[in-house]
Design a protein around this ligand. Structure first.
Ligand code: NAD
Ligand code: UDP
Ligand code: UDP
Length: 326
């Protein structure tokens, strides 16, 4: 990594072998930058990087962000963290450590190198919100001791660390609060609603509705999300965030199921399962800040994004060994 070409940056992406991180690496390499992807492959996979491995401008390093890292970079996107309730509950302590120790190490790295650093925070910092839609000023409603707390509180603490390093150490920070995002390369086994429903519909298996299906989520297509993150990184120094990045289109889980059944032509029945503890009732981003500060708004509709995602999962179902290559 020794880029001296004008405009070419050395960029570290932690969690770069995951769903969002691999799309971000694709985008940054396509933009001409040198990308170092750091990932411990806990939930990610090298198969997400097949288009990048071997490219001159791309480097993969297997490393856990809870351990200090000494590299020379210009920008850091900190995405490392298991993101689905199923996966973060496998090892809740490691999840909190990844958010908190990972943030400390990456902020220490940013402080030493002078790199700009972006944190992938989450709408989960709002918990089960009693303000709707959620603006960035809302402080949230999180159960600090529940099963989702390892993720929610870890991410909240990471935001605290970002703003303290900014105030005390003059680190240039950007905090994105990402709302539910979907698209190709979601892990079909990580239990998230879009991947579960599509896999179930394609296999003709029952669609698992947790609770009454009246809870809502707002789903953002991955390309829109990545564009929002890059715009945030490239924004003026006064823009630190936190800033919501998500699609304000809000759907009940039942509506999502019906849309996926229609798009796949599946005749899968719906079955009810218990609602997980602390499952938020509603979620929708207020994106006025992103529109004003980043000139950003999502452009891919749910139907269009789902079609692309269904195509990906259909291809995966036809050749499952592709994703098993590690
Ligand atoms: P993902 O699980 O596909 O990606 C996370 C990546 O981080 C994986 O490749 C995993 O192996 C890696 N990782 C985990 N712990 C690590 C550690 N200790 N050291 C190094 N690497 C580690 O999830 P994703 O959906 O791509 O999410 C990426 C980021 O975006 C996460 O920080 C997540 O919290 C955030 N986010 C995602 C969503 C969403 O809807 N996808 C919503 C809000 C926030
Ligand atoms: N750190 C790192 N890479 C660096 C610089 C620091 O991983 O290039 C780690 C370092 O090991 C420390 C953490 O980041 O644990 C916080 O660094 P900081 O300089 O803020 O704190 P200190 O070293 O004074 O504890
Ligand atoms: N969900 C569901 N069936 C599933 C998986 C999830 O009804 O097979 C529900 C889940 O209870 C939640 C919503 O879909 O209300 C979104 O779940 P996901 O895990 O994708 O994201 P998060 O809860 O973190 O927003």
């Amino acid at each position: 990594m020794g880029a001296m070409n004008k405009g070419v940056k050395r960029i570290l992406v932690t969690g770069g072998a995951g769903f969002l991180g691999s799309h971000l690496c694709d985008r940054l390499v396509a933009d001409g930058h040198e990308v170092l992807c750091v990932d411990n492959l806990f939930t990610g996979s090298k198969s997400n990087l097949t288009g990048l491995l071997g490219r001159d401008r791309f480097e993969f390093m297997r490393h856990d962000v809870t351990i200090p890292l000494y590299v020379e970079v210009d920008e850091i996107y900190n995405l490392a963290c298991p993101a689905s309730p199923l996966q973060y509950s496998i090892n809740p302590v490691q999840t909190t450590k990844t958010s908190v120790h990972g943030a400390i190490n990456m902020l220490g790295l940013a402080k030493r190198t002078g790199a700009k650093i972006l944190q992938a925070s989450t709408s989960e910092v709002y918990g089960d919100p009693d303000v709707h839609p959620q603006p960035e000023e809302y402080w949230g409603h999180v159960n600090p001791i529940g099963p989702r707390a390892c993720y929610d509180e870890g991410k909240r603490c990471a935001e605290t660390l970002f703003f303290d390093y900014h105030r005390e150490g003059s680190v240039r920070i950007k905090v994105a609060r990402i709302f539910n995002t979907y698209g190709p390369r979601m892990d079909p086994a990580d239990g998230r609603v879009v991947s579960n429903f599509i896999m179930q519909a394609l296999a003709g298996q029952p669609i698992t509705i947790y609770g009454d299906g009246q809870q809502t989520r707002s789903f953002c297509y991955v390309d829109d999300l990545v564009d929002g993150l890059v715009r945030l990184m490239d924004s003026g120094e006064a823009v630190t965030g936190p800033i919501n990045i998500g699609n304000p289109g809000e759907f009940t889980i039942l509506e999502l199921a019906e849309t996926i059944l229609q798009l796949t032509g599946s005749r899968s029945p719906l079955v009810r399962k218990p609602l997980p503890m602390d499952d938020p009732r509603q979620r929708r981003p207020d994106i006025r800040r992103a529109q004003a500060d980043l000139d950003w708004a999502p452009s891919v509709t749910l139907t269009e994004g789902l079609k692309r995602t269904i195509d990906y999962f259909a291809a995966l179902a036809a050749a499952p060994e592709v994703r098993r290559i590690v």
